[in-house]
Write a protein that binds this ligand. Structure first.
Ligand code: G6P
Length: 615
């Protein structure tokens, strides 16, 4: 949520900052801005809209500078407009600040600053910070800006990743973080700062992940200096290698990141399985959790906490774990879990699922479970993210960077890892026969090929999208492990096409949503070969009787549902527990084409952000 980039060195800062912001636009894109250190002080350019609009706005401005900070915003406090865009300046114009996070006690601080004569130009919580730092810098006779920043942050309740320019210290950039990600790239003779590695990767792979409540001073004439909020100096910054490639961040010939990521699923799933399945030895081994495997084998209960699409993957996990491992599973919205005083025992294992590894509510759920003595396992895509550093152990999904705001390949990779975890535990607990194990593993290994087949249906799905594009509503139905697929299909459609869509367990339809069904209502039914197939057939009949239009996803060779459908998508057969891996793909393509036909910005849907690092 909000992306920040900063540069200090000998190169021209502006192009580095703008390109960096474009790579971070998945974090927010309602306004953008840049502050540059120039001969006559700090120059500030900011405006409402996407980064490309900021670029247009700056096209006739002087952007010559070797030091600057830049921001792309996802509005929390104050509507998206020019004034609320970051950076924010101190009253004397000598400090410029960018911020990702939320200052929860901003109103109290703001009142205090107003009573001392400070005037505010924006409605943001961030502007409070810059005035507070200036106030402390001046009134408390603090000689170093970093010290004023530290003292100011002691007053802040909330989260922040900040970068500050100071006209009085033109060689110095100050950064700090708590609860929002920030990493420092160390170049040959320059520094880069960003919310993640994407803006940095083409310049350096040497990075320092700043820890919570640390303040760093970047100065080209001095060593990197890091202190914590209590003023204790860190002996040595831990320099790590950035695990990211430039090619992974490009569109690779596809019109949108989302389409590229849908098509990357065969590879993403193979990468999720690589080195983890050994058919000869009859084991699944997940290196990242080995040390905690005993705890997982002895768990009395699994709690899966996640948000959004990752929560849907969690629901698939519930079916996989309960069926194979035979241990109770509870799937929780992380945001609800953390606030309802949940019962957590030491023999519980909490599995936190997150693509970004930065989702604030998921992180909070992890901290809560840890504080109660539970074992916490992460399933995460972004290497080095907050979640991956906070959990006791975990498995990366290895899906590669996901940039389209609507999650696709991360979802199928998460389900793959959950299946592997369930298989690993089920075998070790003696709950799964060798023959069934072999059958599932074999099916899992064939999934990438099956998805490749489904991707060939892209053109026919485009035709179905034409029928849906002018509709106002849609219902998605599924049963068993296809119920979360229905939820995920509906989420995809509403996220990127803004058509209202509801996902429901097929049998529940008659308890409410059936009232919405008429000839204008597309009802998308996942009716693959499964235990409850006949029941789903009855649910389809109920829709047809009310003149609803059926779009079905069926197993190859199906005749019964096909005959009843207005549109039908046939997908390869697979083990029932693995159906989400195949059935979700046509639904992703359907949402993509509907959104495209409606003229929506597929990769940057309105009001959304990919990484939700605020509550
Ligand atoms: C946001 C994104 C969703 C994502 C959710 C959870 O809402 O737009 O696509 O599923 O956050 O994100 P996470 O990174 O924790 O999986």
């Amino acid at each position: 949520m909000c992306g920040i980039v900063a540069y200090l060195g000998h190169k021209q800062a502006y192009p580095i900052l703008i390109n960096g912001l474009k790579r971070l636009e998945y974090r927010g894109y309602d306004s953008a801005g840049v502050a540059l250190m120039q001969e006559n002080g700090i120059s500030l350019y900011k405006c409402r809209g996407k980064v490309s609009e900021l670029e247009d706005y700056c096209s006739d401005k002087n952007t010559t500078s070797t030091m600057g900070i830049a921001h792309t915003r996802w509005a929390t406090h104050g509507e998206p407009n020019d004034q609320n865009a970051h950076p924010h300046l101190s009253e004397d114009g000598k400090l410029a600040l960018i911020h990702n996070g939320i200052v929860e006690n901003y109103l109290v601080l703001k009142q205090e600053l107003i009573s001392r004569g400070y005037k505010f130009k924006s409605n943001t919580d961030t502007e409070v910070l810059v005035h507070l730092i200036q106030d402390i810098y001046k009134s408390e006779q603090v000689t170093e800006l970093a010290e004023a920043v530290r003292l100011a942050l002691l007053n802040v309740v909330g989260t922040y990743a900040i970068a500050i320019l100071s006209a009085d210290n033109p060689d110095e950039l100050i950064v700090a973080k708590k609860g929002s990600p920030l990493l420092i790239g160390i170049g040959k003779d320059d520094y880069f700062v960003a919310s993640d590695g994407a803006p940095i990767v083409e310049y350096t792979k040497r990075v320092v992940y700043l820890e919570d409540e640390e303040v760093a001073v970047l100065n080209l004439n001095k060593k990197l200096e890091i202190k914590n909020i209590n003023s204790e100096a860190k002996k040595r910054a831990y320099v790590q290698k950035l695990e990211l490639n430039l090619e992974q961040l490009e569109k690779g010939g596809f019109e949108h990141y989302m389409l590229k990521e849908i098509f990357e699923q065969p590879k993403a799933i193979s990468d999720s399985m690589r080195g983890r399945v050994n058919t000869k030895k009859d084991v699944v081994s997940l290196g990242g959790i080995i040390e905690y495997e005993e705890k997982m084998l002895n768990a009395k209960r699994f709690i899966i906490a996640a948000c959004g699409t990752s929560w849907h993957a969690g629901l698939c996990g519930e079916y996989l774990f309960e069926n194979l491992v035979r241990v109770p599973v509870e799937v929780e919205y992380a945001s609800e879990f953390r606030y309802r005083n949940p019962i957590i025992n030491e023999d519980d294992v909490l599995i936190a699922i997150s693509q970004s590894g930065e989702t604030a509510d998921t992180i909070a759920a992890v901290e809560l479970a840890k504080s109660k003595g539970a074992t916490v396992i992460g399933i995460c895509n972004v290497v080095g993210s907050t979640l991956s550093r906070l959990t006791h152990a975990g498995s990366y999904t290895h899906a590669g960077p996901e940039i389209g705001v609507a999650s696709t390949k991360a979802f199928t990779a998460q389900v793959t890892v959950l299946a592997l975890m369930a298989l690993c535990l089920a075998r070790k607990k003696g709950k799964l026969s060798l023959s069934k194990y072999h059958q599932i593993i074999n099916d899992l290994e064939n999934i990438p090929e099956k998805i490749t087949e489904i991707l060939k249906l892209n053109d026919s799905i485009k035709e179905i999208a034409k029928y849906c594009a002018d509709k106002r509503n849609a219902i998605y139905l599924g049963r068993g492990i296809n119920y979360p697929v229905a939820l995920e299909g509906a989420l995809k459609l509403k996220e990127i096409s803004y058509i209202h869509a509801e996902g429901y367990p097929a049998a529940e339809m008659k308890h409410g949503p059936i009232a919405l069904v008429d000839e204008e209502m597309p009802v998308i039914v996942i009716a693959t070969e499964q235990e409850t197939y006949e029941k789903v057939v009855s649910n389809i009949q109920e829709v047809i009787a009310r003149k609803g239009k059926i779009i079905s996803i069926v197993s190859e060779g199906d005749t019964q549902v096909k005959k009843m459908s207005d549109f039908c998508i046939e997908i390869p057969r697979t083990e029932e527990l693995l159906t989400p891996l195949v059935a979700s793909v046509p639904l992703q393509l359907l949402a993509y084409h509907v959104a495209l036909l409606r003229g929506c910005d597929v990769d940057k849907p309105r009001n959304l952000a990919k990484s939700v690092s605020v509550e």
